[in-house]
Design a binder for this molecule. Sequence first.
Ligand code: PLP
Length: 383
Amino acid sequence: MTTTYLDHAATTPLRAEVAAAMAEVHAGPLGNPTGSHPPAQRARRLLEEARDEVAAFLGRDPGDVVFTSGGTESANLAVLGTAEAALRDAVVLYSAVEHPAVRESALAAVAAGMDMRELPVDGHGVVDLSALERALSSRAVLVAVMTANNETGVVQPLADVVEAVRRRAPRAYVFTDAVQAAPWLDLADATAGADLVSLSAHKVGGPVGTGALAVSPQVVLAPRQHGGGQERERRSGTQDVVGAVGLAAALRLVAAERPAAVPRVAALRDRLSEGLLAAIEGAHRTVPAGVAVLPGHLHLCLPGVEREELLVALGAEGVCVSGGSSCASGALEPSPVLAAMGVAPGLAAGAVRLTLGYDTTDEDVDRALAVVPSVVAALRRPA
Ligand code: PLP
C-alpha cells in the first residue's frame, strides 16, 4: 500500500543527505571530543563545525549554541535553567499554547518554589499582548512564547513580545521554542531579539534525539545536568557528535531549499485545504485564512467524527495524519491548545492536523483528497 505521510509536524523522515553525512562521521575513527589524540581531535573538529552551522542558521555566535538531546531537553533547560539561576522571587510566564515541554517545565518550576503565569491567547491561538503587558513585572524571569505552534502552525508575534518584555521587564529573558518554525521561517530574523531559542533535529529531516538551545551571552543559566562541564558548563555529558553533524546537515539543506519549498508547499497545502473543505460537509479550518500559519500546516475541525477513529481508519488506508500534539499522553485527551483558543469540546473532538513537508508531492495531495472524504463519510455518525 502507498504511504501518504502528512504528519511532518510529529516527525520528518531522515533525509538521505543527512544519513550520508552521519555515516561519513561513523566511517572514520571517532573519539571523545574532550580528548587529545587524533580521533578525539576529529570529533572536536566535527562538533565545532556543526556548532558553527547551527549558529549561522540561527544568526547567533557559535559560543551561544548548546547541543542537547532535542526540543524537550532544550525547553527544560531554558525554563528551569533560567528560573533556578534567578535566585529571587521568580515568575515564569508562558503562553497557553506552548508545547508540553515548556508548560510542564513551568509547572516543575512551581514545584521548586517559583511562580508561573499562563498568558491567554485569542480565538486564533495568538498570544494576547495586552495580557502579557499586564502580567509583566520586575519579578518576571522568563517569558516563553513559541515561534509557531505545533498543532495549528500559528506564528506568534514574537517581535512584539520581545519589545513588550524589554520595555516592561528589562531583566526578564525571552525564550522561543522554534522547533516547528525551523523548516519554514528564517529563524535569524524571526527569533531576533529572543534570549533563548530551541531546535530539534527530527523536525527538519535530521535524526531523533538531537537538538540545540541557543543561549545569549547575558543569560544566567543553571545547568540541569551535572558532570564533566561540557558545552561550557551548560550541559554536561559527552556530546553526540554524529547527531550534531546530522542536525547541521539538515539545517544546511533547509536553508538552501526553503526559498523554493515555502511557496511550493503552501500551494500544495492550499489545494489540499480547498479540496477537503469542498468535499466534506461542515468541515472548516480551525484557523481562518489571513492568520499567519506555517506553510505545511492544515488544521481542520470535522464535526461528527471522533478523531481517534478517524486517524486509525485513515492510517489503514495509508494516509498518515494526527490529532495535533504528538506528545499528548492519551490520544483522547482534549487538546489544551484548542481549549485555550476556545474551540468547543465537541468540535475539538473531531480536529485533525495534516502537515506537509519538503518531500510532499502533488500525488500525496491527490491521494489524501481521494481518501479522506470517503473515510470521514463512512465514520460520520447519523445526526
Ligand atoms: N516543541 C515543539 C513545538 C514540538 O513540536 C516538539 C515535538 O513535538 C517539541 C518541542 C519536543 O521536541 P523533541 O521531540 O525533540 O523532544
